[in-house]
Design a protein around this ligand. Structure first.
Ligand code: B16
Ligand code: MG
Length: 215
């Protein structure tokens, strides 16, 4: 097995729980359009790009709209979301994250972000972790959404490492699939039942150590 030279982290669901803010903003939009949107429905949006999320939401509500209107609604939802994340701070970093990133840094393993979110840099700045990342690939850099491997391959390229020297940390099924098709190893963050394709699964980064990673 190739040595591990880089770890690539998804943001939402791995480093922070922004799903709750996405949910509030999407629900507000659904309510304005005259239908309800449950937390269960929100599960379908995890790891999914903004426009694909809107399409799923509209399908749930049985609403059909033209492209121009869709762009307007996606913009509106994002404005509400940006308001909701404005007060985020380091208390919202998920357990074990800072310790694990510090351990990687000390060992010289490179750290990358591989997120679908166009708000990723804003969030990393707010929670005070941006300086720990050697490279950031986010929704502003990619043309193909997960499960396409683009986001992770761009991360490896920026760090000048081979895909088989990377380990991805992901909470979404589409993200696990993206990592595997990039030719990378992947640690699922969440439930074993959902993320069964991953090489290893932890409940949170608090369960992760360099020792476990190298096994
Ligand atoms: P934005 P990740 C993803 O982040 C979220 O899981 C997903 O719910 C969201 O729709 C997507 O980012 C786009 O986010 O609207 O901020 O550009 O899990 O890939 O870090
Ligand atoms: Mg995620």
């Amino acid at each position: 097995m190739a040595p591990i030279k880089a770890c690539i982290f998804d943001l939402d669901g791995v480093i922070v729980d922004t799903a709750k803010y996405h949910y509030l903003a999407w629900r507000r939009l659904a309510n304005e359009l005259g239908f309800d949107f449950s937390e269960n429905d929100n599960e379908r949006l995890k790891g999914v790009s903004r426009m694909d999320s809107l399409n799923i939401l509209l399908e749930i509500g049985g609403v059909e709209l033209d492209e121009v209107r869709k762009q307007e609604l996606a913009k509106k939802k994002n404005e509400w979301y940006v308001e909701l994340i404005a007060d985020m701070d380091k208390t919202e970093i998920l357990p074990g994250t800072t310790q694990f990133l510090t351990e990687l840094q000390k060992t010289g393993i490179k750290i990358a972000l591989g997120s679908a979110s166009k708000n990723a840099k804003t969030i990393l700045r707010r929670i005070g972790l941006i300086e720990m990342f050697d490279t950031i690939v986010d929704g502003t850099d990619i043309s193909k959404a997960k499960p396409d491997p683009e986001v992770f391959l761009l991360g490896a390229k920026a760090l000048n490492v081979d895909p088989n020297e990377c380990v991805v940390f992901e909470d979404a099924v589409s993200g696990v699939e993206a990592a595997l098709s990039a030719g990378m190893r992947v640690v699922g963050v969440g439930s074993k039942e959902t993320l069964f394709k991953a090489n290893d699964v932890v409940n949170s980064l608090a369960e992760m150590t360099l020792n476990r990673l190298e096994k």
